[in-house]
Every structure is written in C-alpha cells, then in structure tokens.
Write a protein that binds this ligand. Structure first.
Ligand code: AMP
Length: 483
C-alpha cells in the first residue's frame, strides 16, 4: 500500500508511537507532506484541522530532530530546535499533546506555552530545555522577553492555522518572533486557504515552498441542508424556535455579527426560557470555556456567538447552525456552516434574511456558486413553546435602538469584527475562510438533557477540556488567549 506508514522508514521509536496510536494508513495530507518535510524543504500546506495535519508535520520533524536526541540533564543540550505556533491555547494544547505522544519513545522533549496561565510552570519547563516548543505568539513573546526562551538554534518553524493567526491580528507578533530565528531553517506553513495575505506571508518567510493542498477552499459540505428564511429582525427568534421545534433539534450554534448583538440575543433567548450562553470577544477565556463545557454537557442548548469567538471552540458536528445575521463576509458563511454536517452526519444551516441583506446573500451565492432561494416560513400566530407565559416579555426585549450597554451604533464595524481592542486599527484582518478549528466531533451527552423547548430529562456530564487548561485567572477574551 502506498500510503502505509511503513513506507516512510520512520525511526523505530516513532513508528512504535504511531502504531500505538492505531493509525493504519496515512491520511492524504500525511502522504503528501511527510516525504517533503523529511527532505527539509519548506511547505505551504492547505489543510484543515481533522485531516491529520499535526502528524503530517510533527512526525517528519521529530524524525529529523532525532540526531539531536540525548539523555543529558543539562538544559544546554536541549535547545529549542522546532517551534510550532498556533493561534489559540486550545489548539496549542491539542497539538502539544499529539506531539508528546509521537515523541514518547524518543528522548526529545516538548513543551507548550500559551496565555491565560501562570508563566512560572512554563518558565521552569523552558529552563530545563525542550527541543520542540509549541506556543501561541503573545505568550511566546513574553517568554522571549523574559529570556526564558532562546530561539537562536531553531531549525524548524511551523506556522499552523496561519490564516487564523492573521485574522486574530498576530502578524506583528509573528514578524517579531520570526526575526529571532536563524535565517537558515525550514518553515512549514499550514492554512485553511491561501488568501492573498497568506501568500504574502509565505512570500516573505518561506523559500521555494512545496505547495500541498488537500482540501478545496470554499466548498460547503454537501451533507449540510442550507435554508434561507426571510425574517424581519423582530421575528427572527420565533423562526429559530419554530425550526428547532419542527425539526426536533436539541442544540445549535447561533451566529451574530456583533458582540453587542450577541449578548443581547442571548439574553433575549434566555428570557424566553431557552438555555443559552453567549460567546464573544469580550468574554474572558474562563467564561468561554465554561460556556463550551455547559454546551457539551447539554446544560446549554444554544450557543450564541460571533465568528471570532467561535473560532477556538473544539467542537464540530453541531446538529444545526443559525445565522441570525447574514455574515458581512461571505467566507464567514462557509466557515459558520462548516460546524454542522461533518463526517457524513447531516446538518442544518438556517440563515435568517432581512430585507436589507440582499447584497450579502448575493455575495454568498457568488462564493459558493449556488443559486440560493429565500423562503418564507409560516409562523404560528401564537408562538409555541414550553414557557408561553414568558413570551409576554418579548415585547420589552425587542432590539433596542439605544442599547443600555452600548453607546456606539448597533452595527459598528468594530463590533462586527469582534476584534481585540488593542489590535484594532493596526493590521487589517484577512477574510475568514473555512473553519479548521473543530478538533472533536460534536457529541451530545449520552442521555442528554432535553432542550428547553421540550420536556426536560436526565443528563450526563462529560468533559473534554484538557487537564492542561486550568484557567487560574480571568484573561481578556479569545484574542488574548494567545498572550
Ligand atoms: P489533526 O488534523 O492533526 O488535528 O488530527 C485529527 C485527528 O486524527 C487526531 O485525533 C489524530 O490522532 C488523528 N489522526 C492523525 N493521523 C491519523 C491517521 N493516519 N490515521 C488515523 N487517525 C489519524
């Protein structure tokens, strides 16, 4: 078989770890990238998370680092040789865990540093010496400045999820970090799509890269049923309720374009008796993780989120995605609906279209090259639901023209971007493309709590957040997650 790991002549220590992982054959990105990385060439890879990308770069990288393997306890004998940069701490943690497993029978050391955690334990680990360092850019810079991390012997750098790093505004940080690395090195860049910004980044930092592409950009999964319903702003919540009830859907993501709208919608839904959590860029990392956990445990049925806040969530295959707002950027549409209907599971993506959204829907049509029909959903005259008495409150909770918490316009573009405060105005975020962030399939709790629009039942508690992530203090939002 051409895609067998045995064709790679991996060192026995690595081959043993791979065998233990139960991998039978290489995934397409592995079959293409591993032989190239083994030769030391630069790579520009288009591949999503979930494709086996981590092994695609880390196995050949570890193989090439084996020449430095040594049992010495001296930190000087274990300088950083490979640096893997990722945009969020969840991703950094996941990648670091995989690398640890692949390297477990070698004497190569690896460590992960990301923001939102005490620097001291990370510092101790760095001071002992590690060959492979996985990091988010902001926190790595902190360690560089504190002289905890010395990068002058780095031979390999991996810019993973590069498009997300640019979206978040990490370009200046990346540029700084790369300036500390030796010029003579191998650079591997992975991105969901090759936007002009990514090509520019590659042009500046990669040398004659081999391009590897395993996923076509902007393709929407054929397993997703896409529906567009005409709805005035005031009717959108009713449409959501109706779809959930009619389809018997238990959980869903609801996307909005602004932080302000996100909080407001979550509060409205909550008042209507729906178990809802909001995720946006002003939420602390701690709050984000709690909301995600609650969703995974089935304690929350609806997760209202902005595009940026949702990016770090390690969850996919959610039964339904609602676009409460049509995204300003058509590529966000692809990105949003990518959270449902994966891996053969059928998913539903409902977009609520108000009269002023015609142009935005046109942009989506152009991008996905598909004629979209905006339907009208017949709403019941009396809203159905388990808490009819609560519907009386709706009148008080209509979108307010003067929101108490906001002095800015409702559709302030800064809200729409949900961008980190300190980074606004600087680097212009690249268009957001496909969502490569969902590592773990959506798994409803075994005997799940019934959604709040259905009679309630028992629930099972599950946790999938790594033991590594123990927020010690509140940190500012997703954007600072890498700091
Ligand atoms: P990644 O895209 O690197 O995040 O990998 C997604 C998941 O696929 C991880 O849980 C890996 O352990 C798993 N995986 C990676 N390579 C293979 C393979 N060749 N066969 C089966 N599973 C794999």
């Amino acid at each position: 078989m051409t895609d067998s790991f045995s064709n790679l002549s991996l060192a026995p220590t690595l081959a043993r770890a791979v065998a233990e992982m139960g991998y039978e054959s290489m995934t397409p990105i592995q079959a293409q990238a591993i032989p190239v990385v083994l030769t030391g060439q630069d790579v520009m890879g288009a591949a999503q998370t979930g494709t086996g990308k981590t092994a695609a770069f880390s196995l050949p990288l570890l193989q090439r680092l084996l020449k430095h393997e040594n049992p010495s306890t001296s930190p000087a004998r274990h300088p950083v040789r490979a640096l893997v940069l990722l945009p969020t701490r969840e991703l950094a943690d996941q990648v670091a865990q995989q690398i640890k497993m692949y390297a477990k029978y070698t004497q190569l050391r690896s460590a992960v540093v990301f923001g939102g955690m005490d620097m001291k334990p990370q510092t101790l680990e760095l001071k002992k010496g590690v060959e492979v360092l996985v990091a988010t850019p902001g926190r790595l810079l902190d360690h560089i400045e504190a002289k905890n991390a010395v990068l002058n012997q780095v031979e390999y750098v991996v810019l993973d999820e590069a498009d997300r790093m640019l979206d978040i505004g990490f370009l200046p940080d990346l540029q700084r970090i790369l300036s500390f690395l030796p010029k003579q090195r191998t650079t591997l860049l992975f991105s969901a799509t090759f936007s002009p910004e990514i090509k520019r980044l590659a042009g500046s930092y990669l040398q004659n890269p081999v391009t590897i592409e395993v996923a076509r950009p902007n393709e929407t999964a054929s397993t997703v049923e896409q529906r567009f319903y005409a709805a005035q702003d005031d009717d959108k919540r009713r449409v959501i309720r109706k779809v959930l009830t009619d389809r018997g859907i238990k959980q869903a993501f609801i996307f909005v374009n602004s932080k302000l709208g996100c909080g407001r919608l979550a509060r409205s839904l909550e008042r209507e008796g729906l178990r809802t959590a909001a995720l946006h860029g002003d939420k602390s990392q701690d709050e984000r993780l709690k909301a995600l956990e609650a969703f995974k445990k089935g304690e929350v049925d609806l997760l209202v989120c902005t595009d940026v806040a949702a990016r770090g969530l390690d969850i996919k295959d959610v039964p339904a995605v609602f676009n409460f707002d049509v995204p300003f950027n058509a590529e966000d549409y692809v990105h949003r609906i990518g959270r449902t209907g994966r891996a053969g599971a059928s998913g539903l993506a409902v977009t609520l279209v108000s009269p002023s959204d015609t142009r935005l829907v046109g942009d989506i049509e152009k991008l996905i090259k598909k004629k979209l029909e905006v339907e009208t959903l017949q709403l019941d005259t009396r809203p159905a639901g388990p808490a009819p008495e609560k519907w009386g409150e709706r009148a008080e909770d209509r979108p307010r023209s003067r929101a108490p918490e906001g002095r800015r316009r409702e559709h302030d573009p800064r809200d729409a971007l949900d961008a980190p405060n300190e980074r606004r105005g600087g680097f212009r975020p690249a268009p957001i493309n496909r969502d490569p962030f969902f590592q773990k399939p959506y798994e409803a709790a075994v005997s799940e709590t019934a959604p709040s629009w259905e009679p309630s039942g028992p629930k099972t508690v599950r946790s999938s957040i790594s033991a590594n992530i123990k927020p010690k203090r509140k940190v500012a939002a997703l954007f600072k997650s890498g700091e």
